[in-house]
Design a protein around this ligand. Structure first.
Ligand code: TXA
Ligand code: MG
Length: 323
């Protein structure tokens, strides 16, 4: 954790309308004052993010929600009470204080309280809610280390607060709990099973509407520069090829026998929480090796495995098999 002066300086940059990248428990965020439309506009420019993709507003404390938004539906309030601070983003009505650019003109706003001491200290010191998408260029891999932010955004960000690698490694789960039956808009670091245990059945519709409402819901997203293809484990089932040394392999637990040029194992004991924490970091590393293709194993579709598979599917979505 950086010295308090680091946080104070970063808070001053936010208050002055600047962009600060900061750690959360999920991924690094690219923050701006959520009450300042010009500052928020700079986020879209820095990320080359389309203006139709709304931002998440971050608060320092759960109690600030009522002050910013006013009355919230009782289920939303109960979920905030239960899971904040933490990797759950909730949909509420956009308050008048938040300029429409933050929500891409939507009448709704995504909001969460991150479970990270640096993030919370920063937001508290800034004294304003902080709009922050993941601190990567649009469509690329999310950053789980300050180095990823520096490599991806460079001078487009005014300041990077380095809090070391992030704990969860994938983005927050986004839930719309305003209606009778909550809808998961993005699979993420809070497993669906935890939500079901808290509130009963939920619908899971990540990006299924065809509308980019939640989107990390866009079909192609979270992509490394290297083409990525999903394969089924075990690695021995993947046919060897003479050019295996030019390919990279992302395994859940077992090292493949083939002589791949680069291999990353997410979690030797198969633990999906640990695998999620290392997912983007491993993809960043494979991407940097210069391999021509990354083969990525599907993981079990349960718990955080659902969010991991979701990220891998979207990363693979731009890849076209050779004709
Ligand atoms: O873990 C996280 O959520 C990280 C950290 C920094 O908090 N942030 C993050 O932000 O992943 P971003 O911008 O990469 O993803 C936010 C997603 C976008 O796909 C956006 O479409 C969706 O949230 N979103 C934002 N506002 C929304 C709204 N009002 N309704 C539905 N989806 C919304
Ligand atoms: Mg993102």
């Amino acid at each position: 954790m950086p010295a308090a002066t680091g946080v104070a300086e970063a808070a001053a940059v936010l208050r002055a309308g600047g962009l600060v990248a900061f750690p959360t428990e999920t991924v690094y965020g690219l923050g701006a004052n959520a009450l300042d439309g010009h500052a928020a506009a700079r986020i879209f420019a820095a990320k080359a993010r389309p203006s139709f993709d709304p931002l998440i507003t971050h608060l320092a404390d759960p109690a600030e929600l009522a002050g910013l938004v006013g009355a919230v539906p009782s289920l939303v309030a109960a979920l905030a009470e239960r899971f904040w601070p933490g990797p759950l983003t909730l949909i509420v009505a956009r308050p008048a204080a938040v300029p429409p650019i933050v929500t891409s003109g939507l009448a709704t706003m995504a909001v969460r309280v991150p479970d990270h001491p640096v993030a919370r200290a920063l937001i508290r010191a800034a004294g304003v809610p902080v709009a922050a998408p993941s601190a990567n260029r649009f469509g690329m891999l999310s950053p789980t280390r300050a180095e990823h932010v520096a490599a991806g955004l460079g001078d487009a960000v005014d300041l990077i607060v380095d809090g070391g690698p992030t704990r969860c490694g994938i983005e927050s789960t986004i839930l719309d709990a305003r209606g009778d039956r909550p809808v998961v808009l993005r699979l993420g670091a809070l497993p669906v099973e935890a939500l079901v245990e808290a509130v009963g059945p939920v619908d899971v519709r990540p990006g299924s509407s065809g509308q980019p409402v939640a989107p990390g819901g866009l079909a192609a997203h979270y992509a490394p520069r290297t083409p990525l293809r999903l394969v089924d484990p075990p690695p021995s089932a993947t046919a060897p090829r003479p050019d295996d040394h030019t390919r990279g392999y992302l395994a859940l637990r077992e090292r493949p026998a083939q002589p791949y040029g680069a291999v990353e194992v997410l979690s030797p004991d198969g633990d999906l929480t640990g695998a999620a924490a290392r997912l983007f970091d491993a993809l960043h590393r494979l991407d940097a090796t210069g391999v021509t293709e990354i083969l990525a194993e599907r993981v079990p579709e349960a718990g955080l495995g659902r969010a991991i598979n979701d990220r891998l599917r979207r990363a693979a979505a731009t890849w076209q098999p050779p004709a």
